[in-house]
Structure formats: C-alpha cells, structure tokens
Design a protein around this ligand. Structure first.
Ligand SMILES: *[C@@H]1O[C@H](CO)[C@@H](O)[C@H](O)[C@H]1NC(C)=O
Ligand SMILES: *[C@@H]1O[C@H](CO)[C@@H](O)[C@H](O)[C@H]1NC(C)=O
Ligand SMILES: *[C@@H]1O[C@H](CO)[C@@H](O)[C@H](O)[C@H]1NC(C)=O
Length: 261
C-alpha cells in the first residue's frame, strides 16, 4: 500500500541541543543542571508535559540522552532515550532545508522562480495571476492567501501521491489577497516537497534521507506511511491534545497525522 506518502510526517527520536564547548567537569555540571531543570519543568502544573526526550550533542558526540515523563498515560509507560515522537510541523523545517540544498545546486532556479516554471503548464491555481506569480518564497512564507484546508480535496486516508496533490492545488480558493497576510498553510508545504522532488528527480523521502537524515546520523527517523506499515509502535510516544494531571487526557490518533506536513 502506497497510501499518502505525499503527506509526510516525520518521526524522530531526538531533540538536539548543542552546548558551547566547555571542560569536561563543567560539561558534567551543565548536564546535571539541565537534568534537574527538566525534572522541575515536568512538575509544572499550569502547562503540564506528558513526556519528552532530549539529547545533547557535543562535537558530534551524544553526551546526554534521556527520556522524561510518560509515553503512554493509560499504560503508564515511560519515555526513554529511544522513544519515537511525531514531529508535527517541525517537518516543515526539513522541507525548507531540503529545498535549500536542492536550490544550491542549481543556477536556473531560485526561491523566486515562479512554481509554474518548475512544475510546468499542468500546474496552476484557480487564479491566473497567482499561477504566474507564486514562488517557493511565497509558499514557504505562508503568504499565498490560499485556503488552508479542504475536506473535499484532501482527506485522511486518501490514496494520492504528491504529483496528484500538486494537480489538486488548482481547486483551492483564495481567501486573502496574494502576499497580503501571513496565513499558515500545511498543504502548500506538501507542494513545496513536490517541487524538491521535481527539481532533484527523486522521491521526497529518499531526498530527505540522503541529504539530511543520514548525514546527521538520524537513521531511526522514519515516515508515518512507512511506520504505519512496519507497525512497530512499541516505543511510540502517544500524542495528547490535552493533558490534565488529575483527570482525563484527550489523545490524537497517529493516523490523523497522515494529513500533517
Ligand atoms: C540511554 O539510556 C540508557 C538507559 O537508561 C543509558 O544507559 C544510556 O547511557 C543512555 N544513552 C545516552 C547517550 O545517554
Ligand atoms: C545510516 O544509514 C546509512 C544508509 O544505510 C548508512 O550509510 C549510515 O552509515 C548509517 N548511519 C548510522 C549512524 O548508522
Ligand atoms: C483536578 O480535579 C479537581 C476535582 O475534580 C478539579 O476541581 C480541578 O479543576 C482539577 N484540576 C485541573 C488542573 O483541572
């Protein structure tokens, strides 16, 4: 099943913090301070945190890696330093970084090249002016003014690829004048991922692995569609929409993230 590979959601087991170089004893003290800071953070009542994991990398070495809190409240399972979290919209920074890497190799394409010049005449928005003018810069800066969501055009569980997604963009309506406002748009980041595919001639997932994940040693990071098929969620941190320390918590099914880009 190739469902929804275009709607990428990354899972990563690491949040990276890079400390400035210090002598070993000082570093150990810093790490102990960090640990107690996070432990006190975990007791915060007003903005309770269910679970988190943190790794500190210094000069390419992982010098600290620890989980805090729970990865599953119902089952009382702890977060450890191998727990997998959904990255949510942090995936967008991967898309933008990938595009920077692809554009750096090209003399003919920039952030300001109209998308239609990259994707070809098949690609268009409803509005002809928008089709002619919209660039990667507009898309990544959330300033196209296009509608943010459409259940008719995109639904959870839909079996379409990024190319088909790019084709459907023509049905999105403009809800703000072009370049007039910041209007956050998840779906257009999927389009940006497709632009990277078209420019580099490889699937988005493969590009991300080759250019970002593997060079950083982020080999445990995977994509939702792959993860759902491989089915190993034994150390997955459940996503919670709300968390009340003395009451119920609302969970978010990871399938819902098939949407999120
Ligand atoms: C990860 O956790 C294990 C078990 O708690 C611990 O032994 C190991 O040192 C941790 N890894 C790092 C890099 O801190
Ligand atoms: C990550 O995977 C790539 C490709 O399989 C491999 O070349 C690389 O050595 C791996 N890195 C680590 C840190 O395991
Ligand atoms: C905890 O439970 C009590 C009793 O049900 C309730 O009054 C209180 O508001 C709850 N605390 C929070 C943070 O919701």
């Amino acid at each position: 099943m190739m469902a929804n590979r275009q709607l990428v959601f990354l899972f990563s087991s690491m949040l990276l913090v890079v400390l400035s170089p210090t002598v070993t004893a000082a570093l150990e003290q810093d790490l102990a301070d960090l640990d107690s800071f996070i432990q006190s953070l975990m007791t915060c009542e007003s903005k309770p945190i269910v679970g988190l994991a943190i790794s500190v990398v210094k000069n390419g070495d992982v010098v600290f890696s620890k989980g805090y809190g729970k990865r599953d409240l119902n089952q009382g399972l702890p977060v450890d330093n191998k727990s997998i979290f959904g990255l949510g919209s942090i995936s967008k920074s991967f898309t933008a970084t990938l595009l920077a890497s692809v554009l750096a190799e090209r003399d003919d394409v920039t952030w300001d090249t109209p998308l239609v010049d990259i994707l070809g005449r098949d690609f268009r928005f409803q509005d002809e002016y928008l089709t002619k003018k919209t660039t990667l810069r507009d898309v990544l800066a959330h300033r196209t003014g296009l509608q943010t969501f459409s259940l008719q055009l995109l639904q959870y569980g839909m079996d379409i690829d990024r190319a088909e997604f790019a084709r459907r963009v023509r049905h999105f309506s403009e809800v703000h004048p072009f370049r007039s406002v910041f209007s956050y748009n998840n779906f257009l980041y999927t389009l940006a991922g497709h632009v990277a595919e078209r420019l580099a001639g490889k699937p988005f997932e493969q590009l991300l692995r080759e250019r970002i994940l593997f060079p950083l040693g982020m080999n445990a990071t995977t994509f939702l569609a792959d993860a759902l098929e491989e089915g190993d969620f034994s150390n997955f941190a459940q996503c919670y929409l709300t968390y009340n320390k003395n009451g119920s918590s609302l969970t978010l099914d990871r399938e819902a993230f098939r949407f999120v880009v």
